[in-house]
Design a protein. Structure first.
Length: 293
């Protein structure tokens, strides 16, 4: 079986590196928590759409998905209450949304007419499974960073909320692994379908994750490379249509330029000297990564 796991950023930074910096900056910290809230809230919609598509069959899976919706809604509620308690924003988080980008990149799958319901199930479970793994990676790294940070009242509240959510997210990953494993055991053909779906959605998830995190110079070239990686997971007859549809959207992204401008303006306003000495070199360093593609 293919072992699918979330990839790192283009510069090699993992979740622990990122969350250590996040926790040290209150504004970014609260935005990150609001992103968690948004993702959990959005998952309820995606799971509900899947339940409706399955139309009651298989009953065991629909029942599991209904419980999954309940979990995600409860997580969104806990995070919303936390943010309100901390006086933080609970509107749509700024910047490129990871979960929205993931949904955009699998939009053709959502509207695609599958030959049978089992193909829908395999695709959906593989997609859910890899995003849940990303969530576990981030919650784990976040909790680690909070344990290393000063035990302020605010940090303790955040940690306690994440500690309630994290075990359930781990359970969601185990649940997805179980379902995919059961399907794969049915026949060699089923095993192949599961492995192909895992490979495909892992590649899509990595592209969505990088799109939400990478705003440095050369991000357009890295997005191009990520789209080509996705295309290579598709059947030959699906590749031209996917490339034509998603490549321009990914490379010529207005939100990417807006995010860059917003970050640059904020950095300049806070400390012009640091902007020139740190931000500009860091931004331009992204070109070095693009040259290695």
């Amino acid at each position: 079986m293919v072992v699918s796991s979330p990839g790192k950023l283009y510069n090699g930074m993992n979740a622990r590196h990122i969350l250590k910096q996040v926790v040290s900056n209150r504004e970014i910290h609260l935005i990150t928590i609001n992103r968690y809230r948004y993702n959990e809230q959005h998952s309820c919609k995606d799971l509900t759409d899947l339940i409706e598509k399955l139309n009651g069959q298989p009953k065991e899976l629909v029942q599991d998905l209904s419980r999954h919706v309940c979990d995600e809604a409860r997580h969104a509620m806990w995070l919303t209450d936390l943010l309100v308690d901390l006086g933080a924003d609970i509107g749509t988080p700024p910047g490129v949304s990871y979960i929205d980008e993931f949904d955009r990149l699998i939009e053709s799958d959502v509207t695609k007419k599958y030959n049978d319901i089992e193909e829908v199930i395999i695709s959906a479970l593989a997609a859910i499974n890899i995003t849940e793994k990303r969530g576990c990676e981030y919650f784990s790294a976040h909790l680690y960073a909070l344990k290393e940070a000063p035990p302020t009242e605010e940090n303790i509240k955040i940690r306690e909320t994440l500690e309630k959510i994290f075990p359930e997210e781990v359970g969601h990953v185990s649940w997805g692994n179980k379902w995919l494993s059961q399907i794969a055991k049915k026949s060699p053909q089923h095993r192949q379908k599961v492995e192909e779906a895992k490979r495909k959605y892992t590649t899509i998830e990595n592209a969505a994750y990088n799109a939400g995190m990478d705003v440095m110079a050369g991000a357009e070239l890295r997005r191009f490379s990520n789209i080509m990686d996705i295309v290579n997971t598709l059947p030959l007859w699906e590749r031209p249509e996917y490339l034509i549809k998603y490549l321009p959207q990914s490379v010529f992204d207005v939100e990417l330029q807006k995010t860059r401008l917003r970050i640059a303006q904020k950095s300049w306003n806070e400390n012009p000297q640091e902007f020139l000495e740190k931000f500009v070199p860091m931004f331009l360093n992204g070109l070095n990564s693009s040259q290695n593609l």
